[in-house]
Design a protein around this ligand. Structure first.
Ligand SMILES: [Zn+2]
Length: 476
């Protein structure tokens, strides 16, 4: 079965066919690094991380590019408030992004380009728009001329008049038309600035994605992804810029994830109702945050509530507990190699009928516009069947479920890849647990507690079970 993708451009679910067979060029709009990213932003990063994993699993060679907006008005304002250089502030939040993203199981993109390192490409593209008559200069600013682009509005599916009524279009006397947008902004004295043919300044926001995606992926992308709130004006403007320069389609498939809502209101920085992932990680382990973000279809709105996060945590616990029971009975699973890294590899367990049946359900769900809600349903169904295999002491079925479940839990990024755990760290943890057991045997409770605290500081949670002491990571 082919993969089907809902395309915002055509407003239909379509069979996914990249321009070059077997190769996918994918671009996702990344964060503006002036603060920690919030859980609404995280939804896009997690969802498209999984889309990328799935495409790879289906055998595509995927090049995934996600940018960092490391200069813009908000960064400049924030840097001034914090008495920091713009570059230092951006660097701080880029590092913070990588920490939070890694905790959420988001694999780094193949390229994560920064605006400030791509000024030449951006300036070239603006010059090309000027040369072709799609842009105009006013003093040191350059604007895109939306009236010259007959296709303008095709992504958001509205004519320019309706767009103007719907959007908060600022009246700016310098522009010929209210929908025109800045490609280059002349700098005010003292502001961070780059040299250009039009004077010192910096790029407008939209042009960076057009220029950087073209640099790394060429004129036509297979998938352009981002949050629904980027459709207009950001993505509309990207299409306009790119297609007016290249004369070729900019992206074959446009994928947009739905809003995160809090009490029925869209979560957004400008409304001030956001929760950063950094904050949330203090209360909820990151794997549970990831599971929560994947618990609804990516195009649907998702409500933010601690109750739903706790529910996700319990779901994760069900998967983990089943895998622990399987491991305690059967020993560690040896079938795992390179899960989700390249191609589909070998999915373990499929020789057993009931495993294959659930696997087909999982695959159908993912093929159908990456329906993670249903795919997780199949995973939970697998957990139920695995537990039954344990109760019935059926080694063949249990072994098959152990392989299949750990493969898919890792594939979806819900449990850390055991291979990434350093052997020395694991040895250290096990040695401490042995020391604690020794202390308890000698009834030296103080020493035993000290070791437990030490492990806790390392993020290790101990559980005393009938099988002995088990340990797990509290999250990173
Ligand atoms: Zn963008």
């Amino acid at each position: 079965m082919p993969i089907r993708v809902f395309n915002t451009l055509t407003k239909r679910k379509e069979v996914f066919e990249p321009q070059e067979p077997g190769v996918v060029k994918m671009y996702c709009c990344g964060p503006t690094v002036y603060d920690h990213f919030h859980i609404g932003n995280a939804r896009a990063f997690v969802v498209f991380d999984l889309v990328r994993r799935y495409l790879r699993y289906r055998g595509y060679r995927v090049t995934y590019v996600q940018n960092f907006t490391d200069v813009d008005d908000k960064i400049i304002r924030r840097a001034a408030e914090e008495h920091m250089a713009v570059q230092d502030l951006a660097e701080k939040y880029i590092q913070a992004y990588f920490e939070d993203a890694a905790a959420l199981g988001i694999e780094p993109a193949d390229v994560q380009p920064r605006v400030t390192l791509h000024m030449a490409e951006i300036i070239d593209m603006i010059q090309s728009l000027l040369d072709k008559g799609f842009a105009y200069r006013i003093h040191e600013d350059v604007y895109f001329d939306t009236n010259r682009d007959p296709d303008y509005g095709k992504l958001s599916g509205q004519d320019p008049a309706a767009l103007m009524a719907g959007a908060r279009v600022e009246v700016d006397e310098r522009k010929r038309h209210p929908l025109d947008f800045a490609l280059w902004k002349g700098s005010k004295p003292g502001e961070v600035a780059w040299d250009s043919p039009w004077g010192k300044g910096r790029p407008g926001w939209h042009i960076e994605c057009s220029a950087m995606s073209r640099t790394y992926l060429g004129d036509t992308l297979d998938i352009h992804a981002g949050g629904q709130d980027l459709i207009f004006p950001h993505h509309e403007n990207e299409i306009a810029q790119s297609e007016c320069v290249t004369g070729r389609p900019f992206a074959r498939y446009w994928m947009h994830n739905g809003y995160l809502q809090w009490n029925q209101v869209k979560m957004s920085k400008s409304l001030g109702n956001v929760v950063t992932v950094r904050e949330l990680r203090k209360r909820v382990r990151p794997e549970a945050i990831r599971l929560y973000l994947l618990s609804a279809h990516y195009r649907h709105p998702l409500n933010f509530s601690l109750e739903l996060l706790e529910q996700a945590d319990r779901g994760l616990e069900r998967i983990e507990s089943s895998l622990r029971d399987l491991g305690d009975w059967l020993g560690p699973d040896s079938s795992l190699t390179g899960v989700g890294t390249e191609g589909s590899g070998h999915v373990p367990g499929l020789e057993v009928d009931e495993v294959r049946r659930i696997h087909e359900k999982w695959t159908e769900a993912m093929d159908d516009d990456f329906n993670t809600a249903e795919a997780l349903g199949a995973l939970y169904e697998g957990v139920g069947l695995a537990n039954r295999a344990i109760r019935e002491q059926d080694v063949t079925r249990a072994k098959a479920w152990q392989g299949w479940l750990s493969y898919h839990a890792r594939f979806m990024g819900l449990i850390a890849d055991g291979q990434k755990e350093s052997e020395t760290e694991r040895e250290k943890i096990e040695a401490l647990i042995a020391q604690r057991a020794e202390a308890r045997k000698k009834r030296d409770w103080a020493a035993a507690d000290r070791i437990r605290d030490q492990l806790s500081e390392m993020g290790i949670v101990l559980e005393d079970t009938p099988y002995g002491v088990r340990w797990r990571r509290r999250g990173s």
